[in-house]
Design a protein around this ligand. Structure first.
Ligand SMILES: [Zn+2]
Ligand SMILES: [Zn+2]
Length: 185
């Protein structure tokens, strides 16, 4: 019985395979396939190497990006936490801003009570506009939680496993929120 015609994995031409394991039409395409696979493996090794050798600061930065994206989506309908600038859908106008800054309270960098959507002006040019942040934060999450943030000085160390988990969880949460908002519009 003749084996069915196949599409060559390299040049995509139809050919009559020698047996069911044949993937390519000719010795020339066979060599090309070997070279393609080598390149693919090299690319994969490089990614793997990069992942293995990423510094903890890079893991933390990536986790922060994920959590900040989530915070902006969570607060999409809220005004700026510091100046009441009304919500709009332009992502270029908004940051996620920490109440206690990442510099002075790095252990609260992933704390969701400590992180809210903020206009870029307040976040970048008014150093977070913290004096105005506080009363609005109290309105939003209650005095008790605000005081809990203000008195929280528990030492916390974030390792790679923790950061990977933060990334995974908040990328997923952000995807779900984004879908919900997109279907609403
Ligand atoms: Zn071929
Ligand atoms: Zn603002």
């Amino acid at each position: 019985m003749k084996v069915k015609l196949k599409k060559c994995a390299v040049c995509k031409a139809k050919f009559q395979p020698f047996n069911s394991l044949t993937k390519v039409c000719s010795p020339k395409c066979a060599l090309e396939l070997v070279s393609q696979n080598k390149k693919k493996k090299a690319r994969k090794d490089k990614l793997e190497y990069r992942k293995e050798n990423k510094k903890i600061s890079e893991w933390i930065a990536e986790a922060q990006v994920s959590i900040n994206t989530y915070v902006r989506l969570r607060d999409i309908d809220n005004p700026c936490i510091s100046c009441d600038k009304p919500a709009n859908q332009d992502p270029n106008e908004w940051d996620a801003g920490h109440y206690r800054s990442r510099g002075s309270a790095p252990h609260l960098r992933f704390n969701l009570d400590n992180n809210h959507k903020q206009c870029k002006h307040c976040n970048r040019y008014l150093s977070g506009n913290i004096v105005e942040y506080r009363p609005r934060l109290i309105k939003r999450i209650g005095l008790e939680k605000v005081e809990a943030i203000e008195t929280n000085n528990a030492y916390k160390k974030f390792d790679r496993v923790y950061c990977e988990r933060v990334k995974r969880i908040f990328n997923k949460k952000a995807r779900i929120l984004k879908k919900r908002h997109d279907s609403r519009n």
